[in-house]
Design a protein around this ligand. Structure first.
Ligand code: UDP
Ligand code: MG
Length: 321
């Protein structure tokens, strides 16, 4: 990109049941982003919303020429929505932002500025975690500590509010895995990264869609897709167990030779229980990874599009609302 042109900016917005937020979000994004670039597209990915998100998008599309909606056939999750946005974006830079405006759009100008100054990835990091409970804060701290150790990348305060250069977008598109973790992939591909701090805003309307169980599952899944540390861990446990059992064998043999064999089965039972536990743990961890391989090898698409923008010729025939 040369100095004179301000480039083509794509903004990707995942949206699940965000009908009450969309008009405000689109207006704010257009107002904030138009002065920052020559060309703008806003790709709103409707992730199988059950509310009026699809209808609202149709109305907004008629009003805002920058809007390019993508409607999924069902709810595929935020990660799939981010990926769909990335695949459909054609900008020189792609910016990812939540539809509920918890990510302050006013930060976009400094993010674009940092990109112009040479950063390939601009991460907006959470300074204040907003309305999150103490338990949630602790759990996310623990997860990010584990994740940072497993991947060697600092994830403190990481969010999905990011701007990435075209080169980075193309690099991420080359990662074929189905179990996706956008934040992890952006860190993994490398390039020149810059960080900007922000305070999480309260949700404009509606409720967060994350349940506690859902968050735990998401965290474990992300850890597994970026690290084989649990496999190493069970191998180490196995090694320690073998060493302990060898010592026990030697001790038993010595006692036997000296004619001081232990009576009773306590040691046998305890060591048996410890081994059974370790074996079950090992089998369990292996099973989780095998399950992962099974999911990946099916090679199903990450998401299915029901209908794209009405401006997109190919999809006009499928407009059914
Ligand atoms: N989202 C999505 N699919 C989902 C859940 C959420 O596209 O299955 C979107 C949602 O509309 C929002 C963003 O992902 O734009 C973040 O979701 P949310 O606000 O529920 O999460 P939180 O801010 O609590 O992390
Ligand atoms: Mg939110």
């Amino acid at each position: 990109m040369n100095q004179q042109s301000r480039g083509f900016l794509s903004i990707v917005v995942p949206a699940y049941n965000e009908a009450p937020n969309l008009r405000n979000a689109v207006e704010t994004l257009v107002n904030e982003a138009m002065p920052l670039c020559d060309d703008l597209e806003i790709i709103i990915v409707n992730d199988g919303s059950k509310d009026a998100t699809a209808e609202t998008l149709l109305k907004l599309e008629a009003q805002f020429p920058q809007l390019r909606p993508i409607n999924f056939s069902r709810n595929f999750g935020k990660e799939a929505a981010l990926e769909a946005g990335l695949e459909h974006a054609s900008g020189d830079a792609v910016l990812f932002i939540d539809a509920d405006l918890q990510h302050p759009p006013s930060l976009m100008s400094s993010m674009v500025q940092a990109w112009r100054e040479g950063a390939d990835v601009v991460n907006a990091k959470k300074r204040d975690r907003g309305e999150e409970s103490a338990v949630y804060r602790l759990a996310s701290k623990l997860f990010y500590r584990l994740f940072s150790q497993a991947t060697g990348v600092d994830f403190k305060g990481a969010s999905d509010y990011k701007l990435i250069d075209r080169q980075v977008a193309d690099a991420i598109k080359q990662c074929p895995e189905r179990a996706r973790f956008f934040r992890g992939l952006v860190a993994w591909v490398g390039f020149r990264q810059a960080n900007i701090l922000f305070d999480v805003q309260p949700r404009a309307a509606g409720e967060s869609t994350w349940s506690t169980i859902g968050l735990i599952r998401y965290s474990i899944s992300n850890l597994l897709s970026f690290s084989s540390l649990p496999l190493t861990f069970i191998a180490v446990v196995g090694l320690i167990m073998s060493a302990v059992s060898l010592l026990l064998c030697v001790e038993t043999l010595v006692r036997y030779v000296m004619g001081r064999s232990l009576s009773g089965f306590t040691t046998v039972i305890i060591s048996q229980a410890a081994f059974s536990g370790a074996i079950l743990l090992a089998v369990g961890v292996l099973a989780i990874y095998v399950g992962r391989i099974y999911e990946e090898q099916k090679g199903r698409p990450l998401y299915i599009v029901r209908q794209k923008s009405v401006r997109d010729d190919k999809s006009i025939s499928t407009v059914n609302s």
